[in-house]
Ligand binder design. Structure first.
Ligand code: NAD
Ligand code: TYD
Length: 343
């Protein structure tokens, strides 16, 4: 089968490329990626050596380029990871989030309709459900929870999900959607919490925790997310949404402390700074449906996955040093330069 993986030069898409080359070696993976600031060809260096892998540079919102890709490649399956993915950037500049996440998804759906595919899979997020109260640990997101997005990022992902389901209902495009909780692991761009804290700690820089650090995220090792998507492609029912998560809720401050502990760095590096606007309190996935229907189970415990991730950043300094030595410096100054310290 020919599988187009959009956004495969990013964090989860890149891990998915390697997962598929390892577990489905008979398939051919075509990565289609615009190589925005978050896309990195270095992530795909090993994949490039594989005959069952091809890279095509292009924008999912560019209809001409997407149709050309479909004509050339004739994909059986399309897995859409391509997105603007960072909440803080969406608060600064929402427009690109609508263009890529909503219009880009719609262009891909049109191409699927025009050329015919056996599956279009949309990689979505638990953030489409909004947030849960911190003092109600009995509440979880299920597939039936109302969409209640908070940030321009999550609103754009929720809009895309609705469009995907509309193309199923209206045009019978065979779609599936996965809504996963926060991922962590190798190749994670250092603007996100875990890699940012690892890299700052390694550089003996302050670790900027938003507010009190009491917000809760439900962390899943990236390979477990990849195995869930592969399973949905194989056995998932079309028109269905599957929540993906491993019941691993952690307060941000506790995650940061664990990173410092692994790296043997002092907690005095932690600096509480101005909170994120509209900051979601708690995410927590109920994965009952994917477990019961498809038999999916996560395999990597947080303590093991976090240690492995820290070790990856230690062993792959060139990968992230190239990023943090470039345009990232301007980003960091813009995003963190004006955040006040909160004691
Ligand atoms: P990322 O920012 O690391 O990577 C995004 C990739 O998409 C990059 O390679 C970038 O170049 C590419 N891209 C961006 N705009 C594009 C465009 N217009 N055309 C083609 N390519 C484009 O993101 P990620 O963290 O790997 O997330 C991947 C997907 O998973 C996203 O759809 C995100 O919403 C979803 N998701 C992420 C998480 C998480 O914790 N990171 C959790 C659940 C769901
Ligand atoms: P992030 O990795 O941006 O993922 P998301 O916002 O999609 O959940 O942030 C995870 C949590 O960490 C979130 O509650 C915001 C917080 N955070 C900080 O406290 N400091 C930071 O520098 C960053 C990037 C995030």
């Amino acid at each position: 089968m020919n599988i187009v993986v959009t956004g495969g030069a990013g964090f989860i898409g890149g891990n998915f490329v390697y997962y598929m080359l390892r577990h489905h070696p008979q398939d051919t993976i075509i990565c289609y990626d615009a190589l925005t600031y978050a896309g990195n060809l270095a992530t795909l260096e090993e994949a490039m050596k594989n005959d069952h892998f091809r890279f095509v540079k292009g924008d999912i919102a560019d209809r001409t380029a997407v149709y050309k890709l479909f004509e050339e490649v004739k994909p059986d399956i399309v897995v859409n990871f391509a997105a603007e993915s960072h909440v803080d950037r969406s608060i600064e500049s929402p427009e690109i989030f609508l263009r890529t996440n909503v219009l880009g998804t719609q262009v891909l759906l049109d191409a699927c309709r025009k050329y015919g595919i056996t599956r279009f899979h949309q990689v979505s997020t638990d953030e489409v459900y909004g947030d849960l109260p911190i003092d109600r640990p009995d509440l979880f997101f299920t597939e039936n929870t109302n969409l209640h997005a908070s940030s321009p990022y999550s609103a754009s992902k929720a809009s895309a999900d609705l469009m995907v389901l509309a193309y199923f209902r209206t045009y019978n495009v065979p779609v599936t959607i996965s809504r996963c909780s926060n991922n962590y692991g190798p190749y994670h761009f250092p603007e996100k919490l875990i890699p940012l804290m690892i890299i700052n700690a390694l550089n003996n820089k302050k670790l900027p925790v938003y507010g009190a650090g009491e917000n809760v995220r439900d962390w899943l090792y990236v390979e477990d997310h990849c195995s869930a998507i592969a399973l949905i492609l194989g056995k998932g029912r079309v028109g269905e949404v599957y929540n993906v998560g491993g019941h691993n809720e952690q307060k941000n401050i506790d995650v940061v402390r664990q990173i410092l502990q692994i790296l043997d760095r002092p907690e005095t590096l932690i600096e509480h700074v101005t909170d994120r606007k509209g900051h979601d309190l708690r995410y927590a996935i109920d994965p009952t449906k994917i477990r019961n229907e498809l038999g999916w189970q996560p395999t990597t415990k947080f303590a093991v996955g976090l240690k492995r991730t820290v070790e990856w950043y230690l062993a792959n300094k060139t990968w992230w040093e190239t990023i943090v030595n470039g345009e990232y410096q301007n980003y960091y100054e813009k995003m963190y330069g004006n955040r006040e310290r909160r004691d």
